[in-house]
Design a protein around this ligand. Sequence first.
Ligand SMILES: CC(C)(COP(=O)(O)OP(=O)(O)OC[C@H]1O[C@@H](n2cnc3c(N)ncnc32)[C@H](O)[C@@H]1OP(=O)(O)O)[C@@H](O)C(=O)NCCC(=O)NCCS
Length: 180
Amino acid sequence: MDTPLEACSERLTLRSFDYALVNEQYLSWLHDERVNRYLLKPNKDTTLDDVLAYVRGLVESPDNVFLAILDRATDEHIGNVRLGPMDHESRVCQYSMMIGNADYHGRGVGTETVALAADICFRTLGFRKLFLDVVEENKAAVRIYEKNGFQTEGVLRAHKLLNGRLHDLRIMSLFNPAER
Ligand SMILES: CC(C)(COP(=O)(O)OP(=O)(O)OC[C@H]1O[C@@H](n2cnc3c(N)ncnc32)[C@H](O)[C@@H]1OP(=O)(O)O)[C@@H](O)C(=O)NCCC(=O)NCCS
């Protein structure tokens, strides 16, 4: 997607991803057990080239928006949001995120990020519905989506093999409040 996007809250900036942010710090997040525990793709053996390929795939895709989460006070890169894949015809968009710098966990950053990203998705990009899947055990994630008004549509039972164990996946969604 070509148009640069940006949204700010008191503490955070959400901005279209810049390739300069693909660096050792970003890679280290993927190797951090506090961050990768519930992520759905293998991350332990990921290299910087893998990260670059992943980012390029999203930045160049017409069906995805990839955003960096920055600490507004310092401009430090602390995580990412992916809006996509997008179904432009049905105006439905998938959501995923990662607060990669674990020093920022448990401080309300995730909750604030979801609100900013939903605003971009609905008001700027004009989608009708956001949805996501989340590992049921990832209670912090489920909580931040609930706090932002997401509702559970269902649970895919014993659906995802992660770290040698099958996990339930909860499907959650949020409708554009302006279209309800
Ligand atoms: C999951 C994640 C986005 C949460 O972000 P965060 O900034 O740490 O979350 P917040 O501080 O905004 O809120 C966490 C909420 O979960 C609650 N919580 C945390 N652990 C919990 C647990 N084990 N059980 C119940 N609630 C829990 C907190 O109390 C808080 O709720 P509250 O504000 O009502 O007290 C972040 O930890 C992350 O990116 N993790 C790694 C990647 C990931 O899991 N991404 C999500 C994929 S769907």
